[in-house]
Design a protein around this ligand. Structure first.
Ligand SMILES: Nc1nc2c(c(=O)[nH]1)N[C@H]1C(S)=C(S)[C@@H](COP(=O)(O)O)O[C@H]1N2
Ligand SMILES: [Mo]
Length: 413
């Protein structure tokens, strides 16, 4: 009761600050849950407050050497020209970081995962770090890719820039993740057939924009996807999750937009009613003339990238082996076509090794000897379900899912 009163008050506070009625705030996803019976465990209780660091010294904890990363506000993009020669997975120290606010410091010994909500048969459950590690474990290899990866190309290639981090193509990385299936934890917490949405809450600081406090990063996941293959990961590439990547526990939602893969999870709400937050109402929704139905983002589209800097120099009149990676949220990559004459002719790249849905495949292309000049390298990936990279994509105001062929400039002197 006490928690519910707190939540209701806080929600109204948020709404007042934003000059909205509480109803409006709920509609906009500004408010914390206030529906009766939701707060069986205190979503903003003392145990959570104890591990929550709202004043971190810098947004990202790890080193960000300039030859590996491009800094973009509170985020760090992986440089594709630093990837050449790496294996299938991206090492933890080189993996891109996307923080809505900042990486928090969390003490796993006092941390707990709480599961609560109207979609459970009982009062919920909680798990310590050790208890989670004692549950049956699972290891998966999957990419995490920001929905805004490639956003800068809306401006660079289509003349319609979209606001937000101006990512090139480096807001993506594949890692090996070990943890517990979300379904395993939800089963133990008593998930019912009535459950529709599962919403993990981050323990990072609240997102505050223009004086409106939207609460912690949290995005509802349909129960079907939650039970299908979502993983609560505590390890990344064989090591405990690094702080920037969600220590002590994060979700990995294979094939889906990165925002679904909540980091620093403290609580999971399982609801018998649809849930809303900023991250499935105003953000991570396709908005614009081409999207009258305003679809909420789920699966990632087909993309490809060269392991080269933009404007890289290639050898004069000599053959060069160029490498890249292609990926899709839906299925493996079937082939990658390459053009160096702006789409007049195409040659297939060679696919190398591992390939599958929610993963990437490495490819190589033998660039034929050319005279000096400026060229554009085009890679066009097609996945096993027949999705292919188009020449252009319709604009959306969030600049999400830029899946068009990227025209990669190179020079030969
Ligand atoms: N709690 C929390 N989870 C989060 C975020 C965040 O800011 N806070 N960012 C999301 C977004 S938008 C992306 S793209 C991925 C990035 O994961 P990474 O930083 O490990 O690469 O984490 C997601 N999970
Ligand atoms: Mo993201």
């Amino acid at each position: 009761m006490e928690e519910q009163a707190y939540l209701a008050e806080r929600s109204e506070q948020l709404a007042r600050r934003a000059g909205l009625t509480r109803r409006d705030a709920l509609k906009l996803g500004a408010a914390l849950p206030v529906a009766a019976g939701v707060a069986r465990f205190a979503p903003v209780g003392s145990a959570v407050a104890a591990v929550r660091d709202t004043t971190p010294p810098s947004p990202i904890v790890k080193e960000l050497p300039a030859d590996w990363f491009v800094k973009l506000g509170t985020n760090a993009e992986m440089r594709w020209d630093s990837v050449q020669g790496l294996g299938y997975t991206i090492p933890n120290e080189r993996f891109f970081v996307r923080d809505h606010t900042a990486t928090p410091t969390i003490d796993a010994t006092t941390w707990e995962l709480k599961v609560f909500g109207t979609g459970l048969s009982g009062d919920g459950a909680s798990f310590s770090y050790d208890q989670l590690q004692a549950l049956p474990s699972r290891e998966i290899t999957s990419f995490i890719e920001c929905a805004g990866n490639g956003r800068s190309f809306f401006g660079l290639q289509q003349g319609t820039p979209a606001a937000g981090s101006q990512w090139g193509l480096g807001a993506v990385g594949v890692a090996r993740w070990k943890g517990v299936l979300l379904s395993e934890v939800l089963d133990r917490a008593g998930v019912t057939k009535q459950a529709v949405d599962v919403m993990p809450y981050g323990l990072d600081a609240d997102v505050v924009t223009n004086g409106v406090d939207y609460g912690p990063v949290r995005r509802p996941l349909p129960v079907a996807k939650a039970l299908a293959d979502a993983l609560l990961a505590y390890e990344m590439n064989g090591a405990p999750l690094p702080p920037d990547h969600g220590y002590p526990l994060r979700l990995v939602v294979p094939g889906w937009v990165g925002v679904a893969s909540t980091k620093w999870i403290g609580q999971i709400e399982v609801s018998a009613q649809p849930l809303f937050s900023l991250w499935n109402t105003q953000q991570y929704v396709m908005l614009g003339d081409a999207y009258p139905d305003k679809p909420v983002l789920t699966t990632q589209v087909v993309k490809s990238a060269w392991e080269l800097a933009r404007g890289a120099a290639l050898p004069y009149r000599r053959r060069a082996t160029l490498t890249g990676r292609a990926w899709s949220g839906t299925s493996g990559i079937a082939w990658v076509d390459v053009s160096i004459d702006q789409g007049a002719t195409w040659t297939q790249a060679k696919l190398l090794g591992r390939n599958g849905p929610g993963n990437w495949v490495q490819f190589s292309y033998s660039f034929p000897p050319q005279p000096s000049g400026s060229y554009e390298l085009w890679a066009r990936a097609t996945d096993a379900s027949g999705r292919t990279q188009p020449a252009t994509v319709p604009f959306n105001t969030g600049g999400y899912l830029f899946g068009a062929i990227v025209r990669h400039p190179v020079v030969i002197h």
